[in-house]
Design a protein around this ligand. Sequence first.
Ligand SMILES: Nc1ncnc2c1ncn2[C@@H]1O[C@H](COP(=O)(O)OP(=O)(O)OP(=O)(O)O)[C@@H](O)[C@H]1O
Ligand SMILES: O=C(O)[C@@H](O)C(=O)CO
Length: 419
Amino acid sequence: MIGAIADDFTGATDIAVAFRRQGLKTTIIFRLDEKTVLSDSDAVVIALKIRTIDAVDAVDRALTALHWLQARGAKQILYKYCSTFDSRPDGNIGPVVDALSRSLNARHVIFVPASPQHGRTQYMGHLFVDRTLLSESPMRHHPLTPMRQSHLPTVLSEQTEHDVALIDHRAVAQGPEHIVSLLKEFDTPGSYVLIDALDENDLRTIGSACANDVLITGAAGLAAAVGEAHARHLGKQPDYDHSNIGHELFPAVALAGSCSARTLEQIEFMKHQGHPAHLLNALETPDADLLAHRALGWYDEQTHAAGPLIYSSLPPTQLHITQQHLGTARASSILEAAMGLIASGLVDRGARRLIVAGGETSGAVVTALNIDGGVIGPEAATGVPWIRTTGTKPIDLLLKSGNFGEPDLLTKSVGKENS
Ligand SMILES: Nc1ncnc2c1ncn2[C@@H]1O[C@H](COP(=O)(O)OP(=O)(O)OP(=O)(O)O)[C@@H](O)[C@H]1O
Ligand SMILES: O=C(O)[C@@H](O)C(=O)CO
């Protein structure tokens, strides 16, 4: 069984569906419970919310997840971070991988964030988002983890004491045996190796070179490659879900806390299509309870025929003003707490389908709703699967990564009743 630990919730759904697509029976876990028994899962993904928290706490939670997976028979561990390597200079990718590699006694650890299906490629150690370098992409304005350096060996070296090497694309092009022979040079405990990848072929090459590594790290591109090799080994066929998850439960509401460029476009599109929208203004009301109370009062006045939107997302200049006045961490914690309260209030009022934009925001919502896990359904967009939650009152959830999906994704997913 492959065990994956994801540093945020939308990242967890992104790799869960990458495994599922290959035909692996995949379970997603939002809350660790010692009593959980996994029946015949080929891949298990644990969603953590540790991307931006204090590194000591992040390490602690990642190790708890590791031990939980090991106790249930995970043979290979994938640590999933963002395909744009989102992290702060003091963490969290470095400290968490340091702890996981020590605990697993890993000889070398590969780092492969490239995910061509999402337009993320790595060449000569530099990460690209579509046609631009990471540092020139909208990721430079991220509210919590602004990425202003594209050369990943430099970024990772700032987060760890371990040596960081690069296997560049010329070496990848020579095939898996060549990578295996190069990795032998790094076969001392705790050697870190970033590997370039431009397309699915490169990822397949890397996936087969690292098939026996106890610890691998990366994003959905690597998960798909490793999942494919694993499915082949198990004799499983690719699986495209045809269930009705995500298409039948009403009322539906969209919640957006992501300030990523694509989410801002999706919000504009939704408003333009006439969906009612309510902005959470933390600058004016820096109080989670009050923001939630007002948002739910507003929701109660809507007809719900066209799925409503509740959002806090702002473009970079306005975001910066809020963060300067309130402090970055305080603004996030007020808004995440408000989103959690709003989600609980919506479910109490009968909402059956929630579309949530943003990984941290998704973590806040799922945690507030006390959801243990769910079944991965069809993809509304690449890397964005519907999830039907487990438990007595299932709801359908779409946890959307900030930059994923076409501009009409929120509009299409929230839908219009009887349309
Ligand atoms: N108006 C605002 N002012 C300050 N902070 C905000 C505002 N709106 C949202 N935020 C915060 O910005 C953060 C956005 O992170 P989140 O992970 O939800 O989105 P994302 O990074 O775009 O998504 P992903 O990680 O999936 O790519 C959250 O902590 C959220 O509370
Ligand atoms: O890898 C990605 O880009 C996403 O799965 C993600 O991590 C969103 O936060």
